[in-house]
Design a protein around this ligand. Structure first.
Ligand SMILES: CC(C)(COP(=O)(O)OP(=O)(O)OC[C@H]1O[C@@H](n2cnc3c(N)ncnc32)[C@H](O)[C@@H]1OP(=O)(O)O)[C@@H](O)C(=O)NCCC(=O)NCCS
Length: 241
């Protein structure tokens, strides 16, 4: 014990009952009832390659869901498509039938490079003695092809970024001087993580051949900062230039 105050936040546990309500989609925590469909998605080899995922048996997938629920360095939401014009309040439980009846279309994750003891609001540095930077790596999948090119991934990432950074969704746009189009605009969710992280800690690692995903992140204000040829991968950072 060093006597230094610890503000260890369990990232995953902090969203255990959180629903983020957007205009086109809802984000809900990854729960046991989502596992069977998630497993079917991940049987698709192309999706596994694009998301750099290993094949798992259904039992392993259930174990993984339990693990993700407890992990302190990962935040996972399942993306549900809003269909119809039904009013959904900003504060709703993930088990509410209005939520659970919506189609599951993908997932969005953030991996934290470490559990912060405390994150400085203005920089991406952490009060660790080893001087290593803190990063939050975002990953997204719209698994159902039918639901692609509808702006779901954009909205899911903006809602997630708002949740983890506390910045408004309008912050995450390629050129902040250009107002978001109505198609891109998303609902302002009044929900954020208890301890916000700086937006400059947001990164993405994407296969250098995955043009749709690279374009998606660029649209949200990320720029390519590294090409790791040996992994055929690019690294993008938010507002890097
Ligand atoms: C990449 C992916 C998440 C995009 O999801 P989506 O919901 O279709 O994306 P959106 O509709 O929100 O598109 C947002 C922007 O991303 C870019 N984009 C998305 N799909 C694209 C495509 N097929 N070709 C080129 N640009 C594309 C465009 O700039 C688009 O804006 P526009 O429609 O106004 O041109 C989806 O194709 C997917 O899940 N693919 C498989 C898994 C994967 O590659 N995940 C990424 C791993 S990090």
């Amino acid at each position: 014990m060093t006597g230094r105050p610890r503000f260890v936040t369990s990232f995953m546990l902090c969203n255990k009952n959180t629903v983020l309500v957007g205009k086109k989609i809802l984000l809900v925590p990854y729960r046991i009832e989502h596992v069977a469909k998630y497993h079917v998605w991940m049987e698709n080899e192309e999706l596994r390659t694009l998301t750099a995922s290993e094949p798992l048996t259904l039992d392993q997938e259930y174990d993984m869901q339990q693990k993700w629920q407890m992990d302190e360095d990962k935040l996972t939401f399942i993306i549900l498509a809003r269909e119809g014009d039904a009013f959904i309040p900003d504060t709703i439980n993930p088990t509410d039938s209005q939520v659970s009846s919506l189609p599951m279309v993908g997932d969005v994750n953030i991996f934290f490079s470490r559990t912060p003891l405390s994150v400085s609001e203005s920089t991406n540095s952490l009060p660790f003695d080893d001087g290593q930077e803190f990063t939050a790596e975002a990953e997204i999948m719209i698994a159902e092809p039918l639901y692609r090119r509808r702006g779901y991934a954009q909205e899911a990432l903006r809602l997630m970024f708002q949740y983890v950074t506390g910045c408004p969704t309008s912050h995450f746009i390629q050129n902040p001087r250009v107002k978001m189009s109505q198609r891109e605009e998303t609902h302002q969710v009044p929900v954020k993580m208890p301890h916000s992280i700086p937006p400059t800690s947001l990164i993405a690692r994407i296969s250098d051949k995955n043009t749709p995903s690279i374009k998606l992140f660029e649209r949200l204000g990320f720029q390519i900062t590294k090409h790791v040829e040996v992994f055929e991968e690019v690294e993008l950072r938010w507002n890097a230039l």
